[in-house]
Design a protein around this ligand. Structure first.
Ligand SMILES: NC(=O)c1ccc[n+]([C@@H]2O[C@H](COP(=O)([O-])OP(=O)(O)OC[C@H]3O[C@@H](n4cnc5c(N)ncnc54)[C@H](OP(=O)(O)O)[C@@H]3O)[C@@H](O)[C@H]2O)c1
Length: 368
């Protein structure tokens, strides 16, 4: 396999660090790697495959010769630099929310819609962590028995808000245990020994932006605008791992046994489900794993076509870094990453018509 020139923007951050680990672990074909940050960390060093790499500053010029650039440095950096990186010929895989709902940018979870990579024009968006674990768990069921409605409540760890949020939880926990008052910086209120039903900003409809993202991203990835979704997202005082309680209504009746049998064969999923021995997914156990864990699968007693389940994943791995690397691997396999700009645009043009057809076909599968 051809080796690629890779850049990671946000290499010192939680997601950037995890991308480095995953590229090492998966033997990603790398010819060269640039680790990029802001002024704060540039000119310091990190290690990649036991080699010392000097960190550089992320600028528009630095992407010359880069084949694939992983962006995880926040919305503003992606909006500013990703289009410039694409102009120099790089394919950008962006973990911020800058392009997730842009209809001209594919939003990809490889277990669900890797075919959408075919119509990328240089940027491929990595969905938010809460959406990724949701669609990995639900898409295999949706293919067999279309989903009509999802009600999801999330319990999201603080690492979702970056490295400074981890420090805030630790320092607040120490203060509270020492009987002292805390002064929140990252979160609106004390997060230690507390739960906050607020992730991202509040919108006019009363939902938060995180909740709205779950709706729009799920519909986009699953090509299922007809699925109605209501989300409530809460921040919990856990370092790593997101949990989700799902109430799912299908077109036809189904059973927990059928769901377990479908999910047992689905990619990226592990079922942990034995209430007799209190066996179910938990965030501490999911930390460091590549899988999405599903348990507590049961009939929804409030609806004849409903199931309830509990879904857990490591937000930094499958929820961010692993999914980004899997997108790159799928793009390489399709011959859509690693080419020069001119080759890519002609391949992308021929695929975009197919992509539109595919989206239309998938949409027509969904039932109200
Ligand atoms: N954490 C998660 O679970 C998760 C999951 C999915 C998506 N995401 C998204 O991924 C992105 C990064 O999240 P994170 O948790 O890794 O945050 P983080 O720990 O706060 O790291 C932020 C990174 O961005 C870099 N950075 C900041 N300003 C920059 C600039 N102007 N130019 C270049 N680099 C800059 C920082 O470098 P310095 O060291 O120089 O400050 C650092 O490497 C965010 O958009 C987030 O929404 C996060």
């Amino acid at each position: 396999m051809k080796e690629l020139n890779v850049a990671i923007v946000g290499a010192t951050g939680l997601v950037g660090q995890e991308i480095i680990k995953i590229l090492e672990q998966r033997d990603f074909p790398i010819a060269s790697i640039q680790l990029l940050t802001s002024d704060n960390s540039s000119n310091t060093e990190l290690f990649f495959n036991h080699q010392r790499i000097e960190i550089g500053k992320a600028t528009a010029e630095i992407f010359h010769n880069v084949n694939v650039a992983f962006f995880s440095a926040g919305l503003d950096v992606s909006r500013r630099l990703a289009p410039l990186a694409v102009k120099t010929g790089a394919v950008v895989i962006d973990s911020s929310a800058a392009f997730t709902t842009d209809p001209t940018v594919p939003l990809v979870v490889p277990e669900v819609n890797s075919e959408d990579i075919k119509w990328h024009k240089g940027i491929i968006a990595n969905p938010s962590c809460s959406t990724i674990q949701l669609v990995v768990a639900l898409y295999p069921l949706h293919k067999v028995n279309p989903i009509k409605r999802i009600v999801v409540s999330t319990y999201q760890s603080v690492s979702d808000s970056g490295a400074d949020a981890l420090k805030e939880l630790t320092s607040q926990a120490k203060l509270v245990l020492g009987g002292r008052r805390v002064c929140p910086h990252i979160f609106s209120h004390q997060i230690a020994f507390n739960i906050l039903p607020e992730i991202d900003v509040f919108l006019d409809n009363g939902y938060t932006k995180e909740e709205q993202k779950i709706v729009e991203e799920t519909q986009k990835i699953m090509h299922a605008e007809d699925i109605t979704i209501s989300a409530t997202c809460a921040r919990v005082p856990v370092y790593f791992g997101h949990c989700e309680a799902l109430n799912v209504e299908f077109v036809s009746p189904t059973t927990p046994e059928e769901a377990r049998s479908i999910l047992a064969k689905a990619p990226g999923i592990r079922i942990l489900d034995d209430s007799a021995v209190s066996f179910y997914p938990q965030p501490w156990a999911a930390t460091g794993s590549n899988h999405v864990f599903v348990g507590r699968i049961r009939k929804d007693i409030s609806h004849p076509n409903g199931l309830v389940m509990w879904v857990v994943a490591d937000n930094l791995r499958k929820g961010a870094a692993l999914n980004a690397v899997q997108i790159a691997e799928a793009g390489i396999q399709m011959g859509l990453i690693g080419q020069n700009q001119r080759q890519r645009s002609s391949t992308t043009r021929s695929h975009s018509a197919k992509g539109a057809k595919l989206r239309k076909e998938n949409n027509s599968r969904c039932v109200n």
